[in-house]
Design a protein around this ligand. Structure first.
Ligand SMILES: C[S@@+](CC[C@H](N)C(=O)[O-])C[C@H]1O[C@@H](n2cnc3c(N)ncnc32)[C@H](O)[C@@H]1O
Length: 181
């Protein structure tokens, strides 16, 4: 169990700090709260954090600007998107041992007009690196896996960037960045 933010990866934290500053992020939405260690760090970076967890979880010690939701992440995204202050940053980190809601989450996000909002996907296969990533049977969480669902973002000029340095759990991350940068 890693109780440090971003599973001990300060490079990832630093990149999210940078994205929040450049994009003037007002709200962060995290899917997959688990122990809330990353949630607490995210709460330092935006006026409001919405964090979503499907399993039972403790909200003890979460800062007052955190709204914890105990529900399925795509459903939570559908529910909160109309009301959150924007720009928002989405940190997609919900997954279990056998499945991930990632495609459904991205499908919800790309159906809304969210073209000012960066999206960060954790546990993503980074080309040419030995960083960790998720795999479900013969499905690898990589660009091929998400390419169809993110096509509206690509058509809107989003760029796809990966993390280049890791520490802690050494997991890959994919950043979908609005045109602005
Ligand atoms: C890797 S952990 C999240 C780690 C946390 N974000 C952190 O940085 O410390 C993934 C979490 O996603 C949750 N999860 C899995 N599927 C989900 C879903 N459909 N909706 C919400 N949470 C989900 C799991 O219960 C698990 O606690």
């Amino acid at each position: 169990m890693l109780l440090t933010p971003f599973e001990g990866d300060r490079f990832l934290f630093a990149e999210i700090v940078r994205l929040c500053a450049v994009h003037k992020i007002k709200t962060i939405v995290e899917t997959g709260t688990q122990y809330g260690s990353t949630t607490r760090a995210l709460a330092l970076l935006a006026d409001q954090v919405v964090t979503v967890e499907m399993a039972s979880f403790s909200v003890f010690g979460l800062p007052p600007n955190v709204l914890p939701l105990h529900m399925d992440s795509p459903e939570a995204l559908r529910m909160v998107l109309p009301d959150i202050a924007r720009p928002a940053l989405f940190y997609l980190d919900a997954h279990g041992p056998d499945k991930t809601p990632l495609l459904e989450e991205l499908s919800v996000l790309t159906k809304q007009v969210l073209f000012d909002c960066p999206i960060v996907i954790h546990d993503f296969q980074v080309p040419g690196k030995d960083f960790g990533f998720d795999q479900y049977g013969d499905q690898t969480v990589n660009l091929k896996f998400i390419s169809e669902v993110i096509s509206p973002l690509i058509n809107a000029g989003f760029s796809i960037v990966y993390n280049s340095q890791v520490e802690g759990a050494r997991r890959g991350a994919c950043f979908l960045i609005p045109k602005k940068e």
